[in-house]
Design a binder for this molecule. Structure first.
Ligand SMILES: [Ca+2]
Ligand SMILES: [Ca+2]
Ligand SMILES: [Ca+2]
Length: 295
C-alpha cells in the first residue's frame, strides 16, 4: 500500500513539473529612434534600479524585425549604468529594445551633423488689416538652428506668393538658439484696398527654407458709414424700445458700438455680428441686458 502511495506521489510531482516551462523568456520592450537628417549619432543610456537588463540598438534603419541579436548592446545589473552608441546614422527609423525583468530608466541623446530639415514656421495672420499692422511668424529649427537674418515676407496681389519675397534683414527676434520671431511692420496706408496673399519664410543655418501658411489678408482702410439712427423720441422708465441703425462697410463690419444717454443712464453696447447692414437692438432703459439681431 505504501509503495502505491509513493508511485501516486511521484506521478503528481512529475505532472506538476511538466506544467512549468523549462525557462521563461525575459520580456522585451521595443522603441524607435527616427532621424530625418544625415551623419547622426545617438547615445542611449540605461540604468538598472533592480534586475538585469540588456539594451540593444539595431544600426540598420527601417527594419521590421528584431534587435536582440545585434552586437550593439549594453548589459547592466542592479545600480549599474551603461550605454549604446550609434554613429554616422542616416535618415530612417531605428529599432532599440530593452530586455529583462525589474525596474530601469533610459536617457536618450542624439544629434545630426548634416541638417536637411526645413525650419518650422508658425503663422497666424489677421483676416483684416488697416493702417499699420504687424505680420509675424515663429520660426523653429531643432537641429542646426535658425539663420537670424533670413526672414522674408511676401505680400502678393496676384493670388500667389512666388516672386514677391522681400528680405527683412535683421528683424528676426531670437527666443533661443533654435527659435525666434520674424516680424514685419506693414503700413497699409499706401496699399490699395483689397485681398492679398501673405506669407513669411526663413532659413536655418544650413540654408534649408521653411514656409509659413499662405493666407488671405484684406486691406481695409475705409471706415464704415453710419446711417440715420431711428430711435423713439420718448420712452418711459422700464419700457421696451427699438433702435434701428443702418451701417455699411466695404469689407465686413467687425465691431459696431451703440451708445445712448438718458436722464438716469449712460449706456454703451457693442454689436459684434460682423455683417454689413441694418441692426436692431431691443432693450430697456433700466438694464444692461440687451439683445441685438440683424433686421
Ligand atoms: Ca534644419
Ligand atoms: Ca505672385
Ligand atoms: Ca471698411
Amino acid at each position: 500500500m505504501k509503495a502505491r502511495y509513493n508511485r501516486i506521489g511521484a506521478y503528481l510531482l512529475v505532472s506538476i513539473l511538466l506544467l512549468i516551462p523549462a525557462a521563461y523568456p525575459a520580456p522585451i520592450k521595443y522603441f524607435n529612434l527616427t532621424f530625418t537628417d544625415y551623419d547622426c549619432y545617438a547615445n542611449i543610456s540605461i540604468t538598472s534600479h533592480t534586475g538585469q537588463f540588456t539594451l540593444y540598438l539595431n544600426m540598420l534603419p527601417d527594419m521590421c524585425t528584431q534587435t536582440t541579436d545585434s552586437l550593439n548592446r549594453a548589459i547592466v545589473s542592479t545600480y549599474q549604468t551603461s550605454s549604446v552608441l550609434g554613429l554616422n546614422m542616416s535618415p530612417g527609423t531605428y529599432i532599440a529594445a530593452v530586455e529583462g525583468v525589474g525596474r530601469y530608466s533610459l536617457t536618450k541623446d542624439s544629434f545630426c551633423n548634416i541638417d536637411i530639415t526645413s525650419p518650422t514656421m508658425t503663422t497666424d495672420f489677421p483676416g483684416y488689416v488697416s493702417k499699420t499692422t504687424i505680420l509675424e511668424a515663429i520660426a523653429s529649427d531643432s537641429n542646426a538652428g535658425i539663420n537670424a537674418t533670413s526672414c522674408e515676407v511676401c505680400i502678393s496681389d496676384d493670388g500667389q506668393c512666388d516672386f514677391e519675397w522681400t528680405d527683412l534683414g535683421t528683424t528676426f527676434t531670437e527666443i533661443s538658439s533654435t527659435k525666434g520671431i520674424c516680424r514685419y511692420q506693414w503700413n497699409t496706408n499706401s496699399t490699395d484696398q483689397g485681398t492679398y496673399k501673405v506669407n513669411i519664410r526663413a532659413r536655418d543655418t544650413q540654408g534649408n527654407l521653411g514656409f509659413g501658411t499662405e493666407s488671405d489678408v484684406v486691406v481695409d482702410n475705409i471706415p464704415p458709414t453710419i446711417g440715420s439712427i431711428d430711435i423713439p423720441s420718448h420712452s418711459t422708465s422700464d419700457s421696451e424700445f427699438d433702435v434701428y441703425v443702418a451701417i455699411d462697410d466695404n469689407a465686413g463690419l467687425q465691431i459696431a458700438t451703440l451708445s445712448f444717454t438718458s436722464e438716469k443712464y449712460n449706456h454703451s453696447y457693442q454689436l459684434t455680428e460682423g455683417n454689413d447692414g441694418v441692426y436692431e437692438k431691443n432693450g430697456s432703459t433700466t438694464s444692461n441686458q440687451l439683445t441685438m439681431k440683424q433686421r
